[in-house]
Design a protein around this ligand. Structure first.
Ligand code: BG6
Length: 475
């Protein structure tokens, strides 16, 4: 059985991890440009960002990244060879409004994305665009403390209106914020916040900043629909359901609570209000949101059309202190080691069935179309002397996840708009800043220390995905 012909098979990238050209054509720096690589303490910098804007590190991976800014034509030509139907990209806010506060947008930045989206369309590739993917203008961090300040809402709305208007005929699918729930785990990436993980006010600051993003997201939906009622504007969360470690009811309840926490923001974006759980959770943590008159109506009236989500693995939780010691990498969200799952060198567990479970959970909760906008395997690859890259592990991972995704759609009846391979071209890892944690079907000759000539090579998974899409769509 096949998916419908409008299913969006494709890949995903993000400006801060692929474009580079950090100070070209009027662009000014943004949050990710100040993050070092893993070897120079990226995690520490993210958890304790205090004076990150002043610190001098030896190397900043995002500043050049994979130079997509100059090489996008070659890259899109390659992706078109795979036969992808959609490419997720994000717009770098500081290419459009370099400080976030100019009266007029930067025409060079607008032209770059116009040409980029046009190039996609030339090959029949639908651009799927995120307005904010781990990307806040430096000037807004310095002046307002980024999303900690409500004034960001109007600035974001202006930026959104500018790009909605300019690309009204080029882009149909939009998402307002990447992984909105990440702000509570890595607030510097998620919201440009300089708050320290150990700050006693941590929860107050991050949840309030998230409220500002939620209001901004609703403003963007309102504005976008006025500009083009055919736009489909989604929200985006880092998904991956929590399983209970055991059938002990306490573990089952703990998993439910962990899931509820992850749903706090998509609940607002899709249901139009905070859940009862969220309100009680805020009260328990002593959080008071800076809610203004009109927020409730705005949130209720401007919900998103679909739920975009990333899925890398399920997560696991227990109430037993013994089990709690054995953790694995939950993509910035803590999870326990699940003894039934394989694990990568980076500590990430592999659970294709968990994708189906997650899709069921999300659809049961929201009854809105889902869109898998990130899924993939980040591991080291070897470039052979003849330019080949043999990555059967990636093929196995993707194939198993696609199989489960199809079961969710075809057996469980869940509407899903598309499936996008994360980092379809190797790019800078968000968590570690490494290049050698590779997700791509296209290998980029660049390494953790920044060396390499940036040449592109097709991995074996490239041909496999091309064949898969052909089979799914045409044969
Ligand atoms: C998601 C992000 O959290 O996971 C991406 O939206 C990120 O930006 C991806 O790259 C994979 O995580 P990492 O840390 O392996 O790059």
């Amino acid at each position: 059985m096949k998916l419908t012909s409008d299913f969006l098979w494709g890949g995903a990238l993000a400006a801060n991890q692929c474009e580079g050209a950090w100070q070209e054509d009027g662009r000014l720096p943004a949050s990710a440009d100040f993050l070092p690589d893993a070897a120079h303490g990226r995690w520490n910098a993210m958890l304790h960002p205090g004076n990150i804007l002043e610190t001098q590190y030896d190397y900043y991976p995002s500043r050049e990244a994979i130079d997509f800014y100059h090489r996008y034509k070659e890259d899109i030509r390659l992706l078109a060879e795979i036969g992808i139907k959609a490419l997720r990209l994000s717009i770098s806010w500081t290419r459009i409004y370099p400080t976030g506060e100019e009266n007029a947008p930067n025409e060079d930045g607008l032209r770059f994305y116009e040409e980029l989206f046009t190039e996609c369309r030339r090959y029949g590739i639908e651009p799927v665009v995120t307005l904010c993917h781990f990307d806040v203008p430096e000037a807004l961090i310095r002046k307002y403390g980024a999303w900690a300040d409500r004034r960001l809402i109007a600035l974001y709305e202006k930026y959104a209106a500018t790009v909605f208007d300019r690309y009204r005929n080029l882009v149909k699918y939009w998402m307002t914020f990447n992984e909105i729930n990440m702000i509570t785990h890595i607030p510097y990436l998620g919201g440009g916040l300089l708050v320290d993980k150990d700050d006693p006010e941590f929860n107050q600051i991050v949840y309030n900043a998230a409220h500002n993003q939620l209001v901004a997201s609703a403003c963007a939906v309102r504005t976008g629909k006025k500009i083009n009622p055919d736009f489909r504007i989604g929200c985006m969360m880092a998904a991956g359901s929590f399983y209970p470690y055991s059938c002990n009811p306490n573990d089952v309840m703990e998993a439910r609570i962990s899931n509820n926490k992850n749903y706090i923001f998509p609940d607002v974006q899709l249901n139009g209000c905070y859940s009862g759980f969220a309100r009680n959770y805020f009260a328990k943590l002593g959080i008071t949101l800076d809610e203004q008159p009109g927020d409730d109506e705005l949130l209720a009236q401007n919900t998103c059309d679909f739920l975009g989500f990333s899925y890398y693995s399920s997560r696991l939780i227990s109430t037993d202190p013994e089990h709690l010691k054995n953790v694995a990498d939950g993509n910035a969200i803590t999870t326990l080691r699940n003894p039934y799952l394989q694990i990568t060198k980076w500590g990430r567990q592999i659970d294709p069935v968990g994708l189906r479970v997650t899709m069921n959970d999300l659809y049961d909760r929201y009854h809105k179309p889902l869109f898998i906008v990130e899924n993939g395997l980040g591991v080291e690859d070897t470039l052979e002397v003849d330019g080949s890259v043999h990555d059967p592990y990636r093929v196995e991972y993707l194939d198993a996840h696609i199989t489960q995704m199809k079961k969710a759609v075809l057996e469980d009846g869940i509407p899903c708009m598309g499936y996008l391979v994360w980092g379809i071209i190797d790019l800078v890892s968000a968590g570690g800043g490494e290049m050698d944690k590779r997700y791509g079907l296209v290998y980029v000759n660049k390494h953790n220390d920044g060396t390499g000539d940036l040449a592109r090579y097709k991995k074996d998974s490239f041909g496999w995905y091309a064949q898969k899409i052909r089979e799914e769509c045409y044969e």
